[in-house]
Design a protein around this ligand. Sequence first.
Ligand code: ATP
Ligand code: MG
Length: 447
Amino acid sequence: MTRAISLHDVSKSYARGPRVVDRVSLDIAPGEFLVLLGPSGCGKSTVLRMIAGLEEIDDGELLLDGEYANDWQPAERNIAMVFQNFALYPSMTSRDNIGFPLRIESPGADPRTRVDATARMLGIEDLLDRFPSQLSGGERQRVAMGRAIARHPSAFLMDEPLSNLDAKLRNHLRAEISQLTRELGVTTVYVTHDQSEAMSLGDRVAVLRGGVLQQVGTPREVYALPRNVFVAAFIGTPRINLLRGLVRAPLDGAMTISLGKQFLRLPEPLSLDHQMLRVQQGREVIVGLRSEAVRIAKHSSARPGEVPLTGLVEHMEFQGHETLVHFNTGSRPAVVPELEAPRPAARPTRRRRREAGPGVLDRLKERAGALRAGPVVVLEQPPETDTEPVPPEGRLPGDLVVRTTPDIRLRHGMQVPLLVDLAHLFVFDQHGDRICPAPARLPDLEE
Ligand SMILES: Nc1ncnc2c1ncn2[C@@H]1O[C@H](COP(=O)(O)OP(=O)(O)OP(=O)(O)O)[C@@H](O)[C@H]1O
Ligand SMILES: [Mg+2]
């Protein structure tokens, strides 16, 4: 039997400190694969441990299949947990490691049949007589999975189970976990700070920041309709370009968003989404452009819904199947303080760090701490890290990354005409909340 797991306004703090999990509500359907995603320290493991019963819940309710379960013993919950560090008994063979929880559960019974069936499922039959020290990292993690599966739990909780493995093995095991949990049809809550892992595994992804749930949605939803700038910046690679803009909506003229010396002119009649920007007249906003929302217009003219911009080639990253071009458009990047600066070019140079004095990092940290507790993401850039002209050879740091085909011929320092696809334009208000596309639109995204 697989479980439905619900959290209603669940909070937790340690030793009377601040809440590390703050009124989190989540409904996880039986058989669903839900990924809890967020940066280090945002409370992911704490949420998992509360579901497992390893950590007490201060406030709010945990329901398992609709029943109040806050005070159930861990064993009563019939939930198996898989950790990052495998946690195998070093003095036991794989067979005994997998069979151990079964022996605890029913001391008289012989776990051999179940252990063998589990090993077959995981393709580890030939590892059963080895000790953990005789296994590779990937093999150990398979055995740890085996131990979790053999019990026939009604839910799996996995806390970064792959993060100790190298990239290739991680991808491989990621696919295995996905297939296995689907075959078993068991509700799974999977914790990671790796957005690509979250996107590739989850039926839904729950994004956590500073203990507060930011958004829960399908991978497609959180990518295409991030509720705020934090989600937008956390999901997707390369990271979304975030530029500081100013909305101008004169009564007798076209609406524009200034980006430094350039501007995006929004076509008339204004779309429903762009109409949302009227109330922002005269205000600073954050413009979000994913690297695929902008194209290089060297040999082609604008299609409907595209508006021009110009960029100076700063830097190119050849990736084989594509090239990422870093342009300087003369606009100012917006920074999400909890994530590191959007890209190295936007960080202050060593010279400027020296000039700014030793307190800058501390102030940044303080700021990140203060923001964590707050309900919104503020994107003002601390003046100390202002990326405005530190022009080595009279140039600004790159501020717009565009994805393009690898055969593109560009030279460093070239001025290049660009086209912005307004259908993929994100605008966030000063608090970081999305205003465009309009929060309640985009029925085409329903799956
Ligand atoms: N036993 C504890 N006592 C005091 N503080 C704790 C304890 N366990 C966790 N914390 C704090 O609670 C916060 C959330 O921790 P948690 O382990 O849930 O984060 P996380 O999202 O899993 O991070 P990571 O990705 O680094 O594993 C952190 O600030 C952490 O320092
Ligand atoms: Mg953790």
